[in-house]
Write a protein that binds this ligand. Structure first.
Ligand code: DLZ
Length: 158
């Protein structure tokens, strides 16, 4: 984890199954977030599957489906979900609506299901802010990794 006051986590995901839900807007940043998440999952020993959706607005419904699979579908309920997306401010209030919907929707999924949801949604004023946090070569931070570390640690603790 990074930032003032961030904890150093020991991340052990052995025996855990994680679903990564990822939006598709802003390809370069998303590639960084996904690679950071994959590296952290691999290092933790967790198994994972990935679901891609078009935009960040669609992250909550994908997280809900993942956390609440149909009872008779033969699908294992995951131990954690990790949501990855990037929203960049434009010239209209659309940014605020997408950020608010994604944030409250993901919180709702987590609290209602009891499945930890790692919050890897970047909400940025411009692309450079997002690239700085994308876990790419030259980035200051790796928010994909951080979202995995938080979700896996919480799942292993509960
Ligand atoms: C429409 C839209 C816009 C303008 N910007 C973004 C963005 O920066 N990041 C993102 O993940 N999604 C964006 N979207 C798409 C919405 O999330 C959503 O996919 C559409 O409104 C269709 O429901």
């Amino acid at each position: 984890m990074s930032g003032a006051g961030a904890p150093a986590l020991t991340v052990d995901g052995r025996g855990l199954h994680v679903v990564v839900v990822a939006a598709s807007w802003h390809t370069r940043v998303m590639d960084g977030l996904l690679d950071g998440a994959r590296r952290a999952l691999r290092e933790s020993g967790a198994e994972w599957t990935e679901i891609r959706v078009p935009g960040s607005f669609e992250l909550p419904v994908a997280a809900a489906r993942a956390a609440m699979p149909p009872a008779d579908g033969g699908v294992r309920r995951p131990d954690a979900v990790v949501a990855l997306g990037v929203v960049i401010r434009g010239g209209t209030p659309h940014f605020d609506y997408v950020c608010q919907a994604a944030t409250s929707g993901l919180t709702d999924v987590s609290v209602r299901t009891g499945v930890p949801v790692g919050f890897g949604l970047l909400t940025c004023d411009d692309e450079q802010q997002a690239l700085d946090r994308a876990g790419l070569p030259g980035s200051r931070e790796d928010k994909g990794r951080e979202a995995v570390e938080a979700a896996v640690t919480t799942a292993a603790t509960l």
